[in-house]
Design a protein around this ligand. Structure first.
Ligand code: GAL
Length: 415
């Protein structure tokens, strides 16, 4: 056992955490937004692992799904010269931070990463030819979470088309069950909107959301997307404004509502509440998106620390730990995701996890593996923000679909 590990073990056992060991232990300040039940359990695996290795974990959790509040806090920290050791950042935002010259490469621990990651992900976590981020897991965004008892009560099956969806929603409404649980926050609005865009086909999604193709953005089909969103909205409750996603998930868990459109971090909440897929709840792809997979890959980037030129031993240990097969497995079991590292055994995963994995393989081969806009994987911050504003304004007003589409086309030009 290395000295640091021995000190860590003694400290964890409540012995020798005093001045002598304090000098040896490096503090890792970690900024993230994993504060719901399932999320905290998942990040807790990393915290325990790092503490066992002898590091001090300084938790900097900033509540707020999808991380908008956390990103504001991060900017303040970096500007004031107190950059955290690691922060939860993903997608094109990794490049944006790298361009600021504030990240440190972690190449020395990434020897086997390329061979063990999907090429699309391997590219995202590098800047200027150097690895600067460590990936945790893959979340699928295009899911609907359904309370099984509610569905059984109206004798329905998980809907596979929008027509079926609205029939089921009407039946639920007639039975006095709130059909859709939602939280009226901009990122949740965008999550639903991108689901409906995906239901038009992966090619339509790619043209609209990845290529920002003006013809697609202003098409009649896009007007139809907004119409569908408007109709889905009519099955949500009035109390949704500002509601956190996990509270909406709790409504489905407790049977107060029947369905929620949400990525599979929602599964972490079901699991944390002791619920089982197939018995208590159902995970179904968003109608008409069965062959597609909107991916959302969380990662940590590492900030240059005061008086340090390169990554510190603690930062390197953190990056290395995140990519170990054992951590990848346990983190995803709690989080609701699937490991991003290839070849991690799936036998301990439930049916929803196994299905996510199988559907991911199909989607990759069929060209249906697409980056989530709502979760920072598809566009840079400014563009994604401008599109979010359009969608959230639409969902919080009586604006007609045609003028929303015009606003969308303008927003997509934001750089
Ligand atoms: C996503 C993030 C997930 C989950 C979710 C809700 O953007 O990638 O890990 O935490 O927000 O907070």
């Amino acid at each position: 056992m290395k000295f640091r590990a021995i000190m860590g073990a003694l400290c964890a056992a409540g012995l020798m955490c005093g001045a002598a060991s304090a000098q040896a232990a490096e503090s890792l300040s970690v900024l993230h937004w994993w504060t719901s039940g399932g999320e905290s359990k998942a990040v807790g695996v990393l915290k325990d692992d790092m503490q066992k290795q002898g590091y001090v974990w300084k938790d900097f959790a900033v509540a707020g799904g999808a991380g908008a509040a956390a990103m504001t806090a991060l900017k303040t920290q970096v500007i004031s010269g107190n950059a955290p050791s690691a922060a939860q950042i993903k997608g094109p935002l990794i490049q944006e931070w790298a361009e600021q010259g504030v990240l440190v490469p972690i190449d020395s621990v990434t020897g086997d990463w390329k061979a063990n990651l999907p090429p699309q992900i391997d590219k995202i976590i590098q800047a200027d030819g150097h690895y600067v981020a460590a990936p945790f897991s893959v979340h699928r965004v295009n899911w609907v979470w359904i309370n099984k008892a509610a569905l059984d009560k109206v004798g329905a099956k998980p809907p596979t088309t929008w027509a079926e969806f609205f029939t089921v929603a009407d039946k639920l409404k007639a039975a006095g069950i709130q059909p859709v649980a939602a939280g009226g926050q901009p990122w949740q609005d965008l999550t639903l909107w991108e689901d409906v865009v995906l239901s038009q086909g992966a090619d339509f999604y790619k043209k609209a959301i990845v290529d920002l193709d003006q013809k697609t953005l202003t098409s009649q089909q896009m007007v139809g997307v907004f119409d569908t969103v408007r109709k889905i909205e009519s099955y949500m409750d009035n109390g949704r404004t500002g509601r956190d996603w996990n509270l909406a998930t709790a409504m489905v868990i407790n049977g107060k509502a029947a369905m929620q459109f949400m990525g599979d971090w929602a599964k972490g909440e079901f699991a944390n509440a002791g619920k089982q897929p197939g018995k208590d709840y159902i995970c179904a792809p968003v109608p008409a998106t069965e062959k597609a997979f909107t991916f959302n890959v969380d990662s940590f980037v590492f900030f240059q620390q005061k008086d340090q030129k390169a990554a510190t031993p603690g930062q390197l240990a953190l990056a290395k730990t995140i990519m170990t097969p054992a951590f990848q497995e346990q983190f995803s079991l709690y989080k609701g995701s699937i490991p991003v590292r290839l070849g991690v055994p799936m036998d301990r995963f439930d049916d929803c996890g196994k299905r996510a994995y199988a559907d991911e393989q199909v989607a990759i081969k069929a060209g249906g593996y697409v980056p989530s806009l709502a979760h920072g994987m598809a566009q840079r911050d400014a563009t994604a923000g401008a599109i979010t504003d359009v969608v959230t304004k639409f969902m919080n007003s009586t604006q007609d679909s045609k003028s929303a589409v015009e606003a969308l086309a303008r927003a997509a030009k934001t750089k």
